[in-house]
Design a protein around this ligand. Structure first.
Ligand code: SAM
Length: 403
């Protein structure tokens, strides 16, 4: 049975947070369970979302409490700033139209300079014709585009996850966003674009690999995605985000640090929610294209999936490093006399028993440590088979005894 603590304050939260990216391991369906669990040990302190990912938890709590949001991937901070920004939307009455107009100018310029770059798809086209069309776009990676200042996506990703035309819109909106880089709207533009990218991509919403057409069926399925347009998705999400957000006076912090560094700067006594990766899949491989969108830094890309070469390798995803990674997590918590709510899964790299043992040994006698579990369906981000798996999600809870 869980220990009973005296609770001073109760956290309220928003149950419905607009979803922005399809994210492996997102806790959007567990918000109630998580916040109810926080409330078992919550006494009014700041909250740190240490591995924020889709930032949906921060979006849920950020009108209630000061959040310290962190994830090693920089797109996560953009998502969090989108949810937790301080907006006065009345100052931007025509923002969506304005952004689209700026983007449109870029599109027109590229179409004038490169009139031959037109790739038309139609259902039931001959498979060879389709694959040739894809190949021609993929080969744009060898073009310089020296006369177009911003050409990252058309160069690196045409004919892969997106068509040339979709990539052109991605570049165009990315450039338009820069006009608003000193305002909170910047993040809303980028987040709405990330949403549109996910729903236009011919992959399954992540970017570990794009699909190849081996037969007319798979070709026709890919063509459905090739014919999608970035703008309707962009507009839809933007409107939803305007509805969801408004004034927010909390002094939230947003970082893209390794979790150990983040633990060094949070205030003493913070309640830390830690949701590290639990298997060998590196998030930086699944979401490299989002990282590149945000950094827009023309990285070298490698392999068929066109991954950035400087991808982060998480210690939580390596069997030789995972134990040490947890020890450092618990040590960082102890150094800050912080509270901890840790999510993990029974299909993770190490067992619950090992985690509890590590927690108790590292945190020592001044901490009360216990665990609880919930069954839920975890998305594997596949399109057809094995779309979601029954997993048991554990929470390991730890609280200093002599506070
Ligand atoms: C299970 S996901 C978090 C999901 C998140 N709670 C949500 O609801 O979307 C794990 C996250 O840990 C991040 N991560 C992996 N290694 C990290 C590290 N060393 N420091 C900080 N973040 C890391 C990944 O980028 C990923 O977003």
């Amino acid at each position: 049975m869980s220990p009973i603590f005296t609770v001073d304050k109760v956290l309220n939260y928003k149950l419905k947070v607009p979803h922005i990216i399809k994210y492996m391991g997102s806790k959007s369906s567990l918000l109630k369970y998580l916040v109810d669990s926080f409330n078992e040990i919550y006494e009014g302190e700041d909250i740190c979302d240490l591995f924020s990912g889709s930032s949906v938890l921060s979006g849920s709590l950020g009108n209630e409490v000061t959040m310290h949001v962190n994830d090693i991937q920089s797109y996560s901070a953009v998502l969090a700033k989108t949810y937790l920004g301080n907006y006065c939307w009345a100052d931007y009455p025509n923002i969506i139209e304005e952004v689209i107009q700026i983007a449109q100018k870029h599109l027109e310029k590229v179409h004038v300079l490169y009139p031959k770059l037109k790739f038309e798809y139609h259902h039931n086209m001959p498979l060879k014709e389709f694959n040739d069309l894809e190949q021609q776009q993929q080969e744009l990676i060898y073009s310089d585009f020296i006369d177009i200042e911003h050409h990252l996506f058309i160069k690196k990703y045409s004919g892969t996850y997106w068509s040339f035309e979709q990539c052109l819109w991605i570049d165009a909106i990315r450039i338009a966003a820069e006009e608003y880089s000193k305002t909170p709207v910047y993040n809303t533009i980028l987040s709405s674009l990330m949403f549109a990218m996910a729903y236009n991509a011919q992959s399954t919403g992540h970017y570990a690999q794009y699909r190849k057409a081996n037969n007319p069926n798979s070709m026709n399925d890919i063509i459905i995605y090739r014919k999608k347009e970035i703008i309707p998705y962009f507009e839809k999400k933007f409107k939803e985000l305007i509805e969801f957000t408004g004034q927010n006076q909390f002094e939230h912090t947003f970082n893209s640090l390794d979790y150990r560094e983040c633990l060094e700067f949070i205030p003493e006594g913070t309640l830390v929610y830690a949701d590290p990766p639990y298997n060998f899949v590196h998030y930086s491989r699944f979401y490299h294209a989002l990282e590149t969108l945000i950094r827009y830094d023309y990285p070298d890309v490698l392999f068929k999936g066109r991954y950035r070469t400087d991808r982060h390798q998480s210690p939580f995803c390596k069997s030789s490093e995972v134990v040490g990674a947890f020890e450092e997590l618990f040590q960082g918590i102890k150094n800050k006399k912080a509270k901890l709510v840790l999510s993990y899964s029974n299909s993770g790299m190490i067992s619950l028993e090992e985690i509890l043992e590590l927690a108790k040994t590292t945190l020592g006698n001044n901490y009360e440590v216990y665990s609880k579990g919930i069954d839920y369906k975890h998305s594997t981000m596949g399109r057809v088979d094995d779309k979601s798996r029954e997993v048991k999600e554990y929470l390991v809870m730890a609280k200093p005894i002599n506070k």
